[in-house]
Design a protein around this ligand. Structure first.
Ligand code: BTN
Length: 324
């Protein structure tokens, strides 16, 4: 059940720059005018800037910077993504919560986001350090009508969405390291984890989760034996507002995803390659059995790595690690 406080925020947000009278709020919320006034004072204490004018009523001028369902939704210009948002101060993993929500019929485009994850998960059973308030730890529930074998494309699509936002909004030059690490200056700033529940020919749901390191100082960055990490703050010397970044990402994701469903994957694959780390260059490849050097020739339509095997024959690899 939606709380009175959230209903009040929704009413005040809907009308944007128009005032809404105390009487109307009291009627809509079914509470007394003095109760409306108390709620408004509580919101002010939480950092909402609310203007009250006699004879006119109230309007919100500014939302607080703290992340919440309301502050992410305020001014969010999407059609379907993030219409349902669940925010947690702390959670084990937004992926785990997203699976639970999806199994309880959460709608397509539901977003699960947390300030902190205590058991953030990375690829190949790695963990993902998710310190409170330092980054975006977010999972999206998607219900695409595509065959299950197409689902890996959503990981590549998410990678170009993050890269586009970093290039166009943060003004850095990102690269994507196969399969799905986002790098700035050769260091990892984001990772993507895609999980799905499907039958042989039908997807029930896909969870696309990503972690983006934002406001860590150098000292606060995760130490990892596999790679070097960075954050937007380290790369740009600026502290970023998480709410604004999330909105940019959700808007860009929705646009790119709708484009893919309508026009197919060719343009997205081409864009991925334009961001590809070491594209056309020699890479060092590690599989379960071998370790060798070969050129990175591109990716297939389903995201496999195109390269050469140890005998110099063209090959595609679905799982391997590229050295840094
Ligand atoms: C990787 O690079 O290994 C993927 C990291 C994915 C981390 C994100 S943070 C939000 C979501 N919740 C998780 O537990 N993992 C993903």
């Amino acid at each position: 059940m939606e709380s009175t406080r959230n209903k009040l925020i929704n009413l005040l947000s809907k009308n944007n720059d128009q005032y809404i009278s105390g009487q109307m709020l009291s009627d809509e919320l079914n509470i007394s005018r003095s109760a409306v006034w108390k709620h408004i004072n509580e919101l002010k204490k939480d950092g909402y800037e609310i203007e009250g004018k006699s004879n006119k009523g109230y309007r919100i001028i500014k939302f607080p910077d703290k992340m919440s369902e309301n502050t992410i939704k305020w001014g969010l210009k999407t059609k379907w993504l993030g219409k349902n948002i669940k925010h947690f101060d702390t959670v084990t993993s937004t992926q785990t919560v997203a699976h639970e929500e999806a199994q309880n019929n959460a709608i397509n485009g539901t977003v699960i986001v947390a300030d902190e994850q205590t058991k953030g998960r990375g690829r190949i059973t790695r963990n993902w350090q998710s310190t409170s308030g330092k980054g975006v730890w977010l999972s999206m529930i998607l219900r695409p009508e595509i065959p299950p074998q197409e689902a890996p494309k959503l990981t590549l699509l998410t990678a170009i969405v993050l890269a586009d936002v970093l290039r166009n909004y943060v003004h850095v030059e990102p690269q994507i390291k196969w399969p799905n690490d986002i790098l700035i200056n050769g260091k990892k700033t984001a990772g993507i984890l895609t999980e799905m529940q499907a039958e042989q020919d039908r997807i029930w749901y896909v969870i696309v989760g990503f972690g983006l390191n934002v406001n860590h100082t150098i000292e606060e960055l995760p130490e990892n034996i596999n790679y070097k990490a960075t954050s937007l703050r380290v790369e740009t010397d600026t502290e970023w507002k998480l709410n604004d970044l999330i909105q940019e990402i959700l808007v860009t994701f929705e646009k790119t995803y709708d484009y893919y469903l309508e026009h197919g994957f060719a343009d997205i694959k081409e864009k991925w390659e334009s961001y590809g780390f070491k594209m056309g260059k020699e890479i060092s490849i590690k599989t379960m059995k071998s370790h060798w050097k070969a050129p990175f020739l591109g990716i297939t339509n389903d995201g496999a790595l195109i390269t050469k095997d140890m005998d110099g024959n063209r090959t595609t690899l679905y799982s391997a690690e590229i050295d840094w």
